[in-house]
Write a protein that binds this ligand. Structure first.
Ligand SMILES: [Fe+2]
Length: 312
């Protein structure tokens, strides 16, 4: 099996998941990310695994550029790709790297290479394909699991922020764990003076420490792959955070992850797993509402509709 890693050295292995670190990959050479290949992918991908989004108006200071869900069911993949190229549209082909055999082969080579280099055992990774528009922005957020961004086409700028309470408050972390849709964090423009800025070259991938908050500006039409996988560390932390949120919501008990010592964290983590299994965890239900349709005749390919619940 040939690896997808091009310039990986022992220094990369030492810094992997501990620092912000770039490396080169060979995804573009697979031919799976050309316009033709993406149109075919969009047409065969299950509709319930495809998200077509636009950005909301920046009417909220704390959560600017919020995603809005689109209805794309009667639109061909060719039009969807045109919409991403021309308009304010952002497409996430969820688990696109897993469910199609030709992409899965590549995903196995991506993580096979990393497993070989780092000596870690095989990863069970999920991979999504992001097709984004020149003016699409990914709002300030963090990822709950270890994530790698493999950039393939276009110009993309990423801002990464320190892992402290100021940038990622415990309460915000908990809130995102309780909802499968909301991953956004409160953002303030003055955060940017502490950001690390990365301008992606085509064929470059980036890794960063677990949960590091970030946001992305696409400066042109962009195609990227994001992969994520759970580790023992991310699983433990998430379970402990669920425990804290549940203690607060159901019993009014104040508890903080950042201030807790390792023993407290360990106990919380076990408690979190137990209550999650027992279905007792506090849960904030969110409904995914469709607010626009993709239409090739509309400006930016976006037509607003009376909101309705997504059922596809
Ligand atoms: Fe992310």
């Amino acid at each position: 099996m040939t690896s997808m890693l091009k310039d990986w050295t022992e220094a990369h292995s030492a810094r992997f998941q501990k620092e912000i670190m770039a490396f080169e990959h060979g995804l573009k050479d697979t031919g799976l990310f050309t316009d033709e290949a993406l149109i075919e992918l969009l047409n065969k991908h299950p509709k319930n695994m495809l998200d077509v989004c636009t950005m909301g108006a920046a009417d909220s200071e704390l959560y600017p550029n919020k995603f809005q869900t689109g209805d794309f069911r009667d639109v061909d993949g060719k039009v969807l790709l045109e919409a991403a190229k021309a308009g304010k549209v952002w497409i996430n082909v969820r688990r696109g790297m897993n469910i199609h055999p030709e992409y899965k082969t590549v995903l196995d080579k991506m993580y096979g290479g990393i497993a070989e280099e780092t000596g870690n055992k095989a990863y069970n990774a999920n991979g999504g394909i992001l097709i984004s528009s020149p003016i699409a922005k990914v709002p300030y957020h963090f990822d709950k699991t270890e994530t790698i961004l493999w950039h393939v086409r276009g110009k993309k700028r990423m801002y990464l922020y320190p892992l402290t309470e100021k940038f990622i408050p415990d309460r915000a972390y908990e809130a995102t764990l309780l909802s499968h849709l909301e991953d956004d964090l409160p953002y303030k423009p003055d955060f940017d003076k502490d950001a690390t800025i990365v301008d992606f070259a085509e064929g470059q991938a980036l890794t960063w420490p677990l949960n590091m908050p970030h946001r992305v500006d696409n400066q042109t039409f962009c195609v990227s792959v994001t992969t994520e996988y759970s580790t023992k560390e991310s699983g433990m932390k998430n379970a402990a955070m669920i425990a804290n949120a549940t203690l607060r919501h159901r019993f009014g008990i104040e508890s903080s992850y950042s201030k807790a010592g390792p023993v407290n964290r360990q106990i919380k983590s076990v408690f979190g797993r137990v209550i999650r299994k027992a279905g007792l965890a506090a849960k904030a239900d969110t409904v995914d509402m469709v607010t626009f349709k993709v239409d090739p005749d509309a400006p930016n390919y976006v037509v607003n509709v009376e909101p309705y619940q997504r059922d596809f």
